[in-house]
Design a binder for this molecule. Structure first.
Ligand code: R5P
Length: 322
């Protein structure tokens, strides 16, 4: 562990306390004392109990569900720190909510990801750290630095424990090809693509798969699970077409609506997800969590000490900090 002699501090809202504690433990740096509670009418009540003037502060707050509560907590924390004269304020958002609304794909809809970016900057963020954003180009919505981290090395380590012979990497939709290709390259594996059509927020239709999955061991990769439709339908079609084992690796487990029921009933051997979002204890047992805390701790360490962040991906799994 590093003992930080200069001014650095971690502070967290209520979005993911376990991940905040794990990052704090990795860095050997306690979380700053702060009250992030509610007034009787539900409005957010914040008081930072330490002097953070001139400090390099990292605000640990993903915007997972309840997304609007966690987003508002993040904005008010940023504002608190700016008004308390923090030196530099970094919003660490391992999961970046509203990222799927990144363009006007029909008339009279918002570009919600742009609104999130605007509000972060307006409230005092000098920098953003995030993991596997739904669309990497959201970085362009910001005029401040964005460090975009990848959970692939961590998830791949866990996938490899399955010892799958001749794996075939499957993208559950066309939008996920880039991520799937990166996994396939790392595993020296072939790639197949599911032809998915979304009919509503929770319903999708899968009719075809591009690629031969018969007698192959499958790794389905995606940036997120929301209602579970995409990955469970992908699992169903590969099994219907003769696949053997099916392992799923996903960065962010939102698990909304029918997700748990769909996963419990899906022909899936293992489902790996990171801890960017806390996992509900009611989750089916086949869901395994791998932690991004070491990755985030190393990124925070490197940002604070003005070292490269992209170099982290040359040498993961990460060594202890210090
Ligand atoms: C879509 O573009 C995303 O990458 C995910 O595939 C999608 O958000 C997952 O949603 P669901 O779990 O509801 O199918």
């Amino acid at each position: 562990m590093t003992s930080y002699s200069d001014k650095i501090s971690l502070i967290a809202g209520n979005a993911n306390p376990a991940l905040a504690e794990a990052i704090s433990a990795e860095l050997g740096l306690p979380l700053a004392k702060a009250h992030v509670g509610r007034f009787p009418d539900g409005e957010i009540d914040i008081k930072v109990e330490e002097d953070l003037r001139g400090t390099d502060v990292f605000v640990l707050q993903p915007t997972n569900p309840p997304v609007n509560e966690n987003w508002a907590e993040l904005l008010l924390l940023l504002d608190t720190l700016r008004r308390a004269s923090a030196g530099r304020i970094t919003a660490v958002m391992p999961y970046f909510g509203y990222a799927r609304k990144d363009r006007k794909d029909e008339g009279r809809v918002p570009i919600s990801a742009k609104v999130v970016a605007n509000t972060l900057s307006c409230s005092g963020a000098d920098r953003v750290v995030t993991i596997d954003m739904h669309a990497a180009q959201i970085q362009g919505f910001f005029d401040i630095p964005v460090d975009h981290l990848y959970s692939k090395p961590i998830l791949l380590d866990a996938v490899k424990q399955s010892g799958l012979e001749q794996p075939l990497v499957v993208s559950p939709d066309v939008g996920g090809i880039k991520m799937a290709r990166a996994y396939a390259k790392e595993l020296d594996a072939d790639l197949a693509i599911v032809d998915k059509r979304r009919v509503s927020g929770s319903e999708i239709v899968v009719e075809h798969i591009i690629g031969d999955v018969k007698d192959r061991n499958i790794i389905i990769v995606d940036d997120m699970i929301s209602t579970g439709g995409s990955i469970t339908e992908a699992a169903r079609i590969v099994r219907d077409q003769g696949a053997r084992q099916v392992v799923i690796a996903v960065s962010h487990g939102v698990f909304a609506g029918p997700a748990f029921e769909r996963i419990a009933n899906a022909p899936v051997d293992r489902l790996l997800v990171t801890d960017t979002i806390p996992l509900d204890p009611a989750a089916p047992a086949k869901i395994e969590v791998v932690s991004v805390a070491p990755l985030l701790a190393r990124a925070i360490h490197n940002i604070h000490s003005s070292q490269s962040v992209s170099s982290l991906f040359d040498r993961l799994p990460v060594a202890p900090v210090g």
